[in-house]
Design a protein around this ligand. Structure first.
Ligand SMILES: CC(C)(COP(=O)(O)OP(=O)(O)OC[C@H]1O[C@@H](n2cnc3c(N)ncnc32)[C@H](O)[C@@H]1OP(=O)(O)O)[C@@H](O)C(=O)NCCC(=O)NCCS
Length: 239
C-alpha cells in the first residue's frame, strides 16, 4: 500500500451491513470473460467516484487506513497515468465497478524490477472474480514490462485479497496486522505480449460498444419523452 496510499489513521467503526472482511463470497459464477480497459487521465473523475463510493471499512482494507474523502481526492490527483497503469471494469451504465492500480516501483535495495498492486471492487459485484481477473491482467502487463516481482501489501484480515494472491502462487509473509504477498513473474514471451494486445483491444471494443448502447439508450429515452409530449399536446387540443 506504500505507493498506493497516503498516511494512515485509526481503524474506522464497521459500517452497518458492510463488513468486507467477514462477508462470505458468493458462489463463484461459471467462467465468463471480464473486459478490462486501461484507464487514462480523462478517467480521473470516474476513478474518484469509484473510490469515494467505498465504505469506510473497505477504504481501510484498500489503503490500510480509513482514508477520508480529502485523502482519496489527493491519492487520485497524484495518480501518475504515465508512470503507472490503472485498469477498470465498467458496467452497462459506464459506471467504474472495479479498478486496479499497478504502480511500477523505483529500484531500491529491497526491490528491483518490482511493481505494487492495489484493487477495489464495489460490494454489489464482489465474489464474481473481478478482483482475481484484475490481478491476472496486471500480472500480464507487469510481466511484459520486465517486472519480475509483484508485491501486494494487505491487512492480514483481508481474506479476499490474500486469497487472490495465494491462488496466483504468491508467498505471503505476515507481520502482525499487515501482510506482504510477493509473486515472482515469468519473463515475457511472444505469447504474453500477444495476449495483452488481444485483451486490451477486446476491453476497448467492449467499452465502445457499451458507450454506444448507452448513448442509444439515452436517445431512445429522449425520443420516448418527445412522443409522450406530442401525444399529450394532441390529446389536450382534441378535448
Ligand atoms: C479484495 C476485493 C478486491 C476482492 O474482490 P472480488 O471481486 O470479490 O474477488 P474475487 O471474486 O475475484 O475473489 C477472489 C478470491 O477471494 C475469495 N473471496 C472473495 N471474498 C472473500 C471474503 N470476503 N473472504 C474470504 N475469501 C473471499 C473468493 O472465493 C476467491 O477465491 P476462489 O477463487 O478460490 O474462490 C474486494 O473484496 C474489495 O474491493 N475489498 C475492499 C478493498 C480491498 O480490500 N482491496 C485490496 C487491498 S490491496
Amino acid at each position: 500500500m506504500a505507493q498506493i496510499a497516503p498516511p494512515p489513521t485509526a481503524r474506522p467503526p464497521a459500517t452497518p451491513g458492510v463488513n468486507a472482511a467477514s462477508a462470505s463470497p458468493a458462489e463463484p459464477a461459471a467462467f465468463r470473460w471480464i473486459p478490462i480497459r486501461s484507464l487514462a487521465q480523462r478517467h480521473r473523475s470516474k476513478v474518484l467516484a469509484h473510490l469515494l463510493a467505498l465504505a469506510p471499512e473497505d477504504r481501510y482494507l484498500r489503503f490500510g487506513y480509513a482514508a477520508n474523502d480529502a485523502q482519496i481526492r489527493r491519492y487520485v490527483d497524484l495518480l501518475d497515468f504515465d508512470r503507472d497503469e490503472v485498469f477498470g471494469v465498467f458496467n452497462r451504465k459506464l459506471e467504474l465497478i472495479a479498478m486496479a492500480h499497478l504502480a511500477y516501483l523505483p529500484d531500491s535495495a529491497q526491490t528491483r524490477h518490482a511493481a505494487e498492486f492495489g484493487v477495489s471492487v464495489l460490494p454489489k459485484v464482489r465474489g464474481r472474480g473481478y478482483g482475481a481477473r484484475l490481478f491476472d491482467h496486471a500480472v500480464l502487463h507487469a510481466r511484459n514490462r520486465h517486472v519480475d516481482t509483484m508485491i501486494i501489501h494487505a491487512l492480514s484480515e483481508n481474506a479476499a485479497m490474500l486469497k487472490i494472491a495465494r491462488n496466483a502462487g504468491a508467498t505471503v509473509e505476515r507481520d502482525g496486522g499487515e501482510s506482504e504477498a510477493r509473486l515472482r513473474l515469468p519473463a515475457e514471451t511472444f505469447g504474453s505480449v500477444l495476449e495483452e494486445l488481444v485483451e486490451n483491444q477486446a476491453g476497448e471494443l467492449d467499452y465502445q460498444l457499451k458507450s454506444h448502447a448507452h448513448r442509444m439508450g439515452g436517445l431512445r429515452r429522449i425520443v420516448g419523452e418527445i412522443k409522450a409530449g406530442i401525444k399529450k399536446v394532441r390529446s389536450s387540443t382534441i378535448e
